[in-house]
Design a protein around this ligand. Structure first.
Ligand SMILES: NC(=O)c1ccc[n+]([C@@H]2O[C@H](COP(=O)([O-])OP(=O)(O)OC[C@H]3O[C@@H](n4cnc5c(N)ncnc54)[C@H](O)[C@@H]3O)[C@@H](O)[C@H]2O)c1
Length: 260
């Protein structure tokens, strides 16, 4: 089977482009507007949609009915031109002088991200990280149901984690089928991750969230997202070093001036 490396993809897959009938069942009060977009949404826009959603949810919790593009851009930490462009991919342009309807925009973004339907998730590797992920309550409220937790270690299998009994990895294929798993989360050591990924894909899973420090090879049509906190720390270290470098230069100039 031909394989595509995860970082080569630039656009979202079909599951993010068209809402299902199922998704529309959860439609809130506001009437639908026409959706002119037929093409894919750029990956960078998709990555910002959850940020807009979080900002909108805070506004909604505060009882704010509408928000200007500038207000939402500030809350989300982006510039307003970028925000307007991003939202235009959803067919959402706001109303001049009024802005965006907060509840409807929440619905539009949720629909685009596929959050108006429930997703069944399996976590593979129930060590420190897998247990923490399984016990995190925030997934359920965002439409991600942890349906199964699996591990290869027989001393872990059968234990209860987040209200679920840990299943043996040998039951992976049957579990994916029975629990209708859409998203596989890999929290195994790096050496086991590709094998687990292959089995998930073989079982029909087309979305994988990988925490193991390894680049996974997957066939076309499978989306892999990699989470690596050490990369985030390294980026912060880079900026920290630049800040300190700047301070170092200032001190050096001051010292040099003192000498002169
Ligand atoms: N992305 C991040 O930011 C981040 C942060 C912490 C840890 N990690 C990574 O997450 C992974 C898990 O870390 P941890 O601290 O929980 O490790 P851990 O050793 O506590 O847990 C790993 C679990 O995977 C199980 N396992 C091993 N091979 C398996 C297989 N073939 N099938 C199913 N289960 C299998 C083990 O039995 C164990 O329970 C590691 O790869 C680690 O490097 C990533």
């Amino acid at each position: 089977m031909p394989r595509a490396r995860e970082e080569q993809r630039t656009c979202v897959g079909p599951h993010l482009s068209t809402p299902s009938i199922d998704a529309l069942e959860h439609t809130p009060v506001t009437p639908p507007t026409p959706r002119p977009r037929e093409r894919g949404i750029p990956e960078a826009t998709v990555a910002r949609l959850p940020v807009y959603l979080r900002a909108l949810q805070s506004l909604s919790d505060a009882g704010t009915p509408t928000v200007s593009s500038e207000g939402l851009a500030t809350a989300a930490g982006v510039n307003s031109a970028k925000l307007r462009k991003d939202l235009s991919y959803l067919g959402s342009y706001g109303t001049r002088g009024v802005g965006y309807d907060v509840e409807y925009l929440i619905y539009q973004i949720s629909r685009e991200l596929g959050l108006t339907k429930d997703w069944s998730v399996a976590i593979v590797g129930i060590g420190n990280l897998g247990r923490a992920l399984a016990n995190y309550g925030g997934f359920g409220t965002r439409g991600f149901r942890i349906a199964a937790v699996l591990d290869a270690d027989t001393s872990v299998v059968g234990r209860e984690v987040a209200g679920l009994s840990v299943r043996h990895i040998d039951t992976l294929e049957e579990t994916v089928k029975m629990e209708k798993v859409s998203i596989g989360v890999i929290a195994t050591p790096a050496a086991a991750a590709q094998g687990v990924c292959d089995r998930l894909v073989e079982a029909g899973v087309t979305s994988v969230l990988n925490f193991a420090p390894v680049v996974l090879n997957v066939p076309p049509g499978v989306d892999v997202r990699k989470v690596d906190l050490s990369i985030e720390l390294q980026i912060l270290a880079f900026h920290e070093q630049r800040k300190n470098g700047g301070q170092g230069r200032a001190e050096w100039i001051e010292a040099a001036e003192g000498l002169g």
